[in-house]
Design a binder for this molecule. Sequence first.
Ligand code: NAD
Length: 326
Amino acid sequence: ILLEDGAGEAAGFSNKDYEQVKWLSRDELLQEADILISLQPLSVVEYQRTKASCILVSMFAPYFDDSLVKEIQSIPRQAFSMDMIPRTTLAQSMDVLSSMASIAGYKAVLAAAQKLPRYLPMMITAAGSIKPAKVLVLGAGVAGLQAIATAKRLGAVVEAFDPRTAAKEEVLSLGAKFVEVEGAQEADDAGGYAVQQSEEYLEKQRLLVQEKAASADVIITTAQVRGKQAPLLVPKETVDKMNAGSVIVDLAASTGGNCELTQDGKTISHNHVYIIGDSNLAADMAMDSSFLVSNNIFNFLKVWVKEGVIDLDLSNEIIESSLVSK
Ligand code: NAD
């Protein structure tokens, strides 16, 4: 195992925490690696310095932008994009997107609780009783479900919404209320992901969200459609109807945001409503996110590295789906 010198420092892991590894500069590493793994992709200039036989592994997200993958194909190098691993039971232990979404959902509730000038749970004190806060979760995928579970644990009253019918049962099983908007489109071949909804449906949804938002203390938005701009669910006029002190955490910030006012990577205040635009909350929990990601990568490598030998079986669904450059 070759590691880039100091790679773990910012996450609290020092070189001396590791045994039986070789520490190298990035330059040396690029030249020596047979399999080069990085969470975020490197530049094509750096990939060009690797051996011709080197296999690249990263999160290339070609469904958003395939330009880097095309460049890698032209060098050429073989490359795996771990975000292309199918969402099957067998591949669950390799799913980096799920690991990170789950942490982000948890952290989103903590970030909202920190900013909210109110309690989340009900409190009965000698000085008076406090009602539990209301939390509205838009999008009940991996991040949304973890946000629901965390908000429930903290004692909030939680409502959630998702166009996928499968989400209803999951939301109810966590003790939250499911808000329904009729007429959603679904596709069996979308691999567990949502499909883009019609403008008519989104308009119906925005009206319902507006009604709910007026009494919500916290809105956590996680709605995403793979490869597309995030759907707009909370326009400015909805934010205008929210109570002062309310908090919106927009986990879809990097793909345009579910709230019209979201600024990616920033927390802003609009008429005393805080809007936290953060798609990278998992980075705030570097120890556990590193632990989960490293297990995901290890489980993925076990599929095609057998006793130190690379063995690519292209009929394997996991390999076939994630190999973005052959
Ligand atoms: P995602 O990050 O792509 O999207 C987040 C959520 O936004 C999804 O639940 C989606 O339905 C929802 N959404 C889309 N448009 C919306 C709209 N207009 N309004 C409200 N919500 C909207 O998805 P994800 O969280 O990564 O996962 C989606 C599904 O895949 C989940 O059912 C999850 O359980 C499943 N999954 C399965 C596996 C596996 O079996 N290996 C792994 C991960 C996820």
